[in-house]
Each structure stands twice: as C-alpha cells, then as structure tokens.
Design a protein around this ligand. Structure first.
Ligand code: ARG
Length: 470
C-alpha cells in the first residue's frame, strides 16, 4: 500500500462515471480497485481492440469516418508513447482501458468520447485478455517445438547408445538414450497440441457483447471478429463477458507441460550427479558453490523442476476465483490476470531454459552402458532365452533366472561373467549361445516391436520427427 493519501477529494471524481457520484473514492478503495500495475501488459491488445471497434463503428455509420480517423491517429500516438516509456500510467484511472481512453481524450478531444459507444469494459477486457492468451498459446506451442527439436537432435545422435531403463528407479531393462529422448518428444507433442487446441476453442470474439446484454446499435460483430483474427464472434453476450475458461484451459495445458518439464529436469539432476555420471552440463548451464569448490550444480534444471508449483498454482488460483461467480461479470474476474501472466512467463522461461540445457548437455555413453551392464538389466533376456530356446513356461523361466541372478550377485559378478556351469546348475539345457542374449546390445536390438527401443526403430523415429518438426 504505497498511496497513504487521505480520502480523495471531489476533483478525483471519475471521468468515466463521475456523473452520478458526489465524491471520489477512498484511498484504500482506489488501492484495491486498481489493476493498472498488472493489466498494463494488455496495452497492445487494448489498442488493437479499440482500433477494430472504432473502424467498425465508422463502417456501420455509428460514428463518422473523421472520428474514427482521429481515434486511430490518437491510438497510434499512445502506442508510440507506451513503446517509448513516456506514457504515464495512473492508478486513479484504474486499469489499462481507462488509462488509454483518458489519454486519448487529452490527445484528440471530443472524438475520444465516442470510442466507447456500443462497448463496455466487460467485453473490452474479455477481448484483450483473449488476444493476449491466444498469442501466449502460439508462443508456448512454438517454444515446446524448439525443445522437441533439441531432443530429436539428441535422439538422432544417440539412437544406439545403451543406458539402463528404470522402473521404480531400479535398473529394469536396457534402453537407448535416443529412445528416452523421444519419449519426451511424444509427451511434448501432446503439450504442444493442447496449447493449439485451447487456441482453437478460444478463438471467438467477445467484442460487442458490451456490459452483458448486447447493444442497441447496428454493430457488425463479424467485422471486428475478422479484424482481430478471430474465427467468429461469440454467440451469447452473457457468456462472452463471463467466460475465463480459455485462460483456465491454457493454464491447465501449462501445468501439464510444466509437470513434464519437471520430470525431464529431475532426470537431468540425476544424470549429472556424480553417482550416475551419465551427463554433464557445461559451465554455461552450471553454477558453483560458494563454499564447496568441487560442486557443479544443475540449478537451471532444479528451477525447471520447481516451476510446476507456480504454474499449477496459477491454475488453482483462477479456478477458485471463477468458482461460484454468478453471471455475468464480477470484479473478482479482474484477479484473472496476475496469475495467468506469471504462469505464461514461467512457462516461456522454463521451456527456453530446458531447450538450452538439452543442447548444452553431453552424454557419457560409456558410463550409461556400464551402468546398464552392471544392473543385471538383461535378466529378462535370460528368461526370454529359456522360453524361446528351451521351451520353459515364462513363470518357470522367471524363477530359474532369479536363481541365476542370485548366484551372480553372491559372487559379485555380472550376468555375462557368470561361468556357464553355474547357470547350468540351475538349468542344464542352457547353451553357449546364452552369452549373446545377455549383451545389452543384443537386448535393445531384439526389442524391435513397434514403439520398442531397438536402435533401428529409434533412428527411424528420430528421422520421422525431424521431418515432422521441420
Ligand atoms: N479492470 C477490469 C478487469 O480487468 C476491467 C473490467 C471492469 N468492468 C467493470 N464492470 N468494472 O476485469
């Protein structure tokens, strides 16, 4: 609360509705009511919307072409002032809509007073916010795609690089690093298209709904919708000014995407830890410790891992703000922007940082391979051998393999180092060819089923993605 001035005197009566008021608002009323510090970010959209609206008013002969021209010229000057940092934003004028309109009045006089014909701040803000969130969807979808491309490049490079695949973070079966990268490309594709789906649904223009009921003027809503790049005008005036699910949907898509980023981030944290040693980030994406000289910390990954908290929080914020609001507009809805803006900024930052890290990160193929070999990761291959070459039922094969793994573990040996006599003590029919089945390369190569980790599959998938994301 910066402005501790006494209750505002009469001259502070609103230019916009001062007619029926005898005095201006209390300082604290002004403080809680003003949104300009947040919604000034909508200035571009607000000017774009006002231009479309005034052009339509003139085309429909609701205002004169001369007025529309004056309005357009004034709005251009205001845009230049804001761009140059010369515009003085005023809390007393509450929000971006009234700040711009008041300045327009100063600049062009009387025609400015006609701009608000057949419009209300309710459809105005609904339009501005939709335009903003629509652009965010485009930008976030593009940022996701940049990250996908970084991952596809790594998948191509490491299509055959064997690493341990995990379940429960316990070594499970060998996979290739390329396959692992492409798993994220798949989930990111769902994220990307979620943003684009949300965009499609939100792309209807609320302008012309006015306060809540529509207007008694012969406006052309198709014209404003088209000018602003919307597919069509919204069909119900009450819904037009009440709906914020377009922002909720974008935040939901963001939260899901942030969750995916957090998983990849966590893996980067694990892989770059000395205990794994699978990956290294260069100085460009590492930080040091002020006390422990040996440290190289993956801070960017950790921050990407954390962003989901803020982004999912933004979804919750808006969902709760909107819950139980009766139709149509309520001032509660002014609280829609802070959380949304913040989440969109967080997403843009996290996606860019993640793409940067993926580009930057180098993989230690030898360490990944060694870890895959060490963890008895081909035990399933041994069981499959017993099924396919000896005819055991899978459950029996599983049991026999368990006994062989236990024998190797007791001797501190890897599966492929265990003498064949030890294996034959469990299952006498095991042949020398077992050692071929136990190699991690044979294991991944054998998994050539559709969607499997075989290097040939991965290379083909990486090529397909590269073509698709061109
Ligand atoms: N600043 C407001 C908002 O963001 C604009 C709409 C105000 N409408 C009203 N009826 N007071 O929601």
């Amino acid at each position: 609360m910066k402005d501790k001035s006494p209750d505002s005197p009469n001259e502070k009566k609103s230019q916009m509705w001062g007619g029926r008021f005898e005095r201006g608002p209390a300082a604290i009323m002004e403080e809680i009511n003003a949104s300009i510090d947040i919604d000034r970010r909508l200035w571009r959209e607000d000017i774009e919307g006002s231009k479309a609206h005034s052009a339509m008013l003139a085309a429909a002969k609701i205002i004169t072409q001369a007025d529309a021209q004056a309005i357009r010229g004034g709005l251009d000057r205001i845009a230049a002032e804001i761009e140059a940092g010369e515009f003085v934003f005023s809390k007393r004028l509450e929000d971006i809509h009234m700040n711009i309109e008041a300045r327009l009045k100063e600049l062009i006089g009387e025609p400015a007073s006609r701009l608000h014909t057949a419009r209300s701040r309710n459809d105005q803000v609904a339009t501005d916010f939709r335009l903003f969130v629509r652009r965010a969807c485009d930008e976030l979808a593009a940022a996701v795609e940049t990250l996908q491309k970084a991952l596809v490049a790594k998948a191509e490079k490491h299509a055959g690089a064997v690493m341990p695949g995990y379940t429960h973070l316990q070594t499970a079966q060998p996979v290739t690093y390329g396959h692992h990268c492409l798993a994220y490309v798949e989930m990111l594709e769902r994220d990307r298209t979620r943003f684009l789906d949300a965009r499609k649904r939100m792309n209807e223009c609320p302008l012309g709904a006015a306060a809540l009921a529509g207007v008694p003027y012969p406006i052309d809503r198709d014209m404003t919708a088209k000018t602003l790049g919307f597919d069509r005008p919204t069909a119900n005036s009450l819904d037009s000014v009440s709906a914020r699910d377009f922002a909720l949907e974008t935040l939901a898509a963001s939260a899901i995407c942030a969750g995916h980023l957090s998983r990849l981030a966590e893996e980067i944290v694990l892989w770059t830890s000395p205990h794994f040693g699978f990956a290294a980030l260069t100085d460009a994406f590492s930080t040091g410790s002020s006390i422990m000289p040996q440290k190289r910390n993956p801070d960017a990954a950790e921050l990407c891992r954390a962003k989901v908290g803020r982004v999912a929080g933004a979804f919750t914020t808006l969902a709760i703000v909107m819950k139980g609001l009766p139709l149509a507009y309520s001032k509660d809805m002014q609280e829609d922007k802070a959380a949304t803006f913040e989440a969109i900024d967080d997403m843009a930052l996290a996606l860019a940082a993640m793409a940067g890290m993926i580009d930057d990160m180098s993989m230690n193929e030898a360490a990944m391979r060694e870890a895959a070999i060490r963890g008895f990761s081909t035990a399933t291959d041994l069981a499959d051998y017993l099924v396919r070459n000896i005819g055991l039922a899978f459950r029996e094969a599983h049991h026999a393999t368990g006994a062989i793994v236990a024998a190797a573990e007791a001797k501190g040996l890897r599966l492929d180092q265990l003498p064949i006599e030890e294996m034959r003590a469990v299952e006498p029919r095991i042949g020398e060819d077992i050692f071929k089945a136990l190699s991690v390369d044979a294991s991944v190569a054998a998994r050539a089923s559709y969607g499997g980790t075989a290097p040939a599959n991965v290379a083909a998938e990486a090529r397909r993605w590269k073509e698709r994301l061109k």
